[in-house]
Design a protein around this ligand. Structure first.
Ligand SMILES: C[S@@+](CC[C@H](N)C(=O)[O-])C[C@H]1O[C@@H](n2cnc3c(N)ncnc32)[C@H](O)[C@@H]1O
Length: 318
């Protein structure tokens, strides 16, 4: 399980202590319904309490998803160490916190069009001791920063753009990137379809897909199937209160894309794209590879392969 770093959860908790949990929970419930209906953050994040409610209720999950994708970036490009990072559509700085865990020396630029989020990002970065941070209020559809960044992240933000603005925003992110671009979106069919459109465009622009795809051909999945992954995270008491649930964990579904400039990293040979099915005699794997989609069955009599296959999980590279 990937949980928020203690410095971050402490900073959020201290801020929440100053506001009533009841009001925050009400705000989180409204927000959750709004996101389910695919509404944009701006319509529900209008004050400091709303931004904090987001941090309590959604940040643990988006952090876990971004961390999983960063792990994949590191696995695909082990020597890649960006010095500068643009966190576009940063919200409270979720991706930046995850980036700081793996690239501790990177300078972080957080960009968002919502001042409430940036104010919260600043408050928690100060509290958490994360000082190498620049904040920019700007729009994903218009920003022009006049410089490029080693790593550009955009987590759960492009989903809030209309279809007509999407590809231009992806191109803009790519223009600001001279290393790797990491896009994370909710794991829903609609967002996967939109990721496919961005993937096509980024490949046309010279990008190399490092993950999740082990190839640059068209995605072999056929609708209504869609490529997505899942990460498990634990829920703190505050988190449970915001969610109104009793389970001590939740599973976050996400889709993603890691695209790099030529010369940086290489894709995996294959990827497990569904939860493996296992019994005493065999492990069945759905694998996406350069030749398309394959079902692989590893029998227990093939001891070494069986042992290795039992360790594979949904989303793993092979
Ligand atoms: C669901 S939140 C995700 C925040 C953060 N990246 C995370 O993963 O937790 C979506 C973020 O995208 C930002 N956003 C949406 N549309 C935007 C736009 N056109 N320009 C800049 N930011 C935008 C919102 O303000 C919000 O902070």
């Amino acid at each position: 399980m990937t949980d928020l770093p203690p410095a971050l959860s402490d900073a959020i908790r201290r801020l929440a202590d100053g506001l009533g949990r009841k009001g925050l929970a009400a705000s989180a419930a409204t927000m959750s319904e709004h996101y389910r209906q695919r509404g944009a953050s701006r319509q529900v994040i209008g004050g400091a309490g709303d931004a904090l409610a987001y941090a309590l209720s959604r940040m643990p999950a988006t952090y876990a998803a971004v961390s999983a994708v960063l792990d994949e970036l590191q696995a695909r490009a082990p020597g890649f160490t960006p010095e500068t990072v643009l966190d576009a559509g940063a919200g409270p700085g979720t991706a930046s916190w995850a980036v700081a865990e793996v690239f501790a020396d990177a300078l972080l630029t957080l960009m968002d069009h919502n001042r409430e989020f940036l104010t919260l990002a600043e408050a928690i970065s100060g509290d958490g001791g994360n000082a190498r941070v620049e904040l920019i209020e700007n729009d994903l559809g218009r920003f022009e920063l006049g410089r490029r960044f080693g790593l550009v992240t955009c987590a759960y933000a492009l989903t809030e753009l209309g279809d007509t603005a999407l590809l231009a925003a992806a191109e803009r992110l790519w223009r600001h990137c001279d290393g790797a671009l990491l896009i994370v979106e909710p794991g829903r069919p609609r967002d996967y379809q939109r990721l496919l459109a961005m993937r096509r465009r980024l490949i046309e622009l010279g990008g190399r897909v490092l993950a999740p795809c082990p190839h640059k051909a068209e995605c072999p999945l056929i609708e209504p199937d869609w490529c997505h992954f899942s990460v498990r995270l634990s829920r703190t008491r505050d988190h449970m209160r915001m969610k109104g649930g009793t389970l001590g964990y939740e599973d976050e579904k996400f889709s993603y894309l890691v695209v790099a400039r030529p010369g940086i990293g290489a894709p995996a040979a294959g990827r497990v794209i569904r939860r493996p099915e296992e019994n005493k005699f065999s492990v069945s794997l759905a694998v996406c590879g350069p030749e398309g989609l394959e079902s692989r069955v590893v029998m227990s009599r093939d001891k070494a392969a069986f042992k290795a296959a039992k360790k594979l999980e949904w989303g793993d590279a092979i």
